[in-house]
Design a protein. Structure first.
Length: 260
């Protein structure tokens, strides 16, 4: 695995060099790892601890905040610490697309953003060849991109261009970034929103916290000009990020709890 130590806070030339590597990953796999992301490890571990406390509650208590019954979809203290980082990632993606860094600034002033805490219960005494699985089946993410924290259990798999499932190995101190459907759309399919899935087939529980980042819901976006020419005309009509998202819950929600 090729690793880059370039920071999104370095000089413009260095940021362009980083954007070039991200461009390659976005065009080929649609997945890559980042470290030195600016989110304190203490905050991450506190968030995981709070999530575990919630998941350990009796079912009767968890049903009190069941998705369709709860009026609460915000209040998680971690969101403020993550807001600046996705916007920096947007600027890096913008450079990777061949536009000026601030190209998307106007459509990320109040972006759509959602965070989940997900628990995959362990399955005791499961044979290696068993068909029993706990997880999320094959899918793509619908926003611009996802920042994912996952524990060291493994289980995330990415579908390769050869239609083979590749394990995304846990790397301590990193977040996984993957391209979403909307970013693939406005890149004219230059960037790849890759099919992926998650399974837990071990005795211990698995925990993850994905953060989905989108543009301002009402902002209408067209295919980025640098991704269009005579050979590659626009494949998509202009559309707002909100219209493109088929969403089954409250927008800008923080710490929705999923117990799979």
């Amino acid at each position: 695995m090729r690793r880059s130590r370039i920071s999104i806070d370095d000089t413009l030339d260095e940021r362009k060099a980083l954007a070039s590597r991200i461009k390659s990953a976005s065009q080929n796999t649609g997945f890559f790892y980042i470290r030195n992301h600016g989110i304190p490890e203490e905050l991450i571990q506190n968030s995981v601890s709070q999530a575990k406390t919630t998941f350990d509650q009796p079912l009767s208590e968890k049903m009190k905040i069941y998705f369709s019954a709860s009026n609460v979809s915000s209040g998680y203290h971690g969101v403020g610490s993550m807001q600046a980082n996705p916007r920096k990632m947007v600027r890096t993606f913008t450079l990777a697309l061949g536009e000026r860094e601030e190209y998307f600034d106007d459509v990320t002033s109040h972006p759509g953003a959602d965070a989940l805490c997900i628990h995959y219960p362990g399955i005791p005494d499961v044979a290696a060849d068993s068909d029993i699985d706990v997880g999320i089946g094959s899918h793509t993410d619908i926003q611009c991109f996802t920042l994912l924290w996952k524990d060291n259990s493994g289980g995330l798999q990415v579908l390769s261009a050869q239609d083979e499932w590749i394990d995304s190995r846990p790397i301590e101190g990193t977040l996984v970034v993957n391209i979403g459907d909307f970013l693939q759309r406005i890149s004219n399919n230059k960037f790849k929103s890759t099919v992926h899935r998650v399974y837990n087939r071990q005795p211990d529980s698995r925990y993850s916290m994905p953060f989905f980042f989108g543009f301002n819901p009402e902002a209408v976006c067209k295919v980025v000009p640098s991704c269009v020419d005579d050979e590659y005309p626009p494949l998509y009509e202009p559309i707002s990020c909100g219209e493109s998202v088929i969403f089954c819950g409250p927008t800008n929600s923080i710490a929705i709890v999923l117990d799979l």
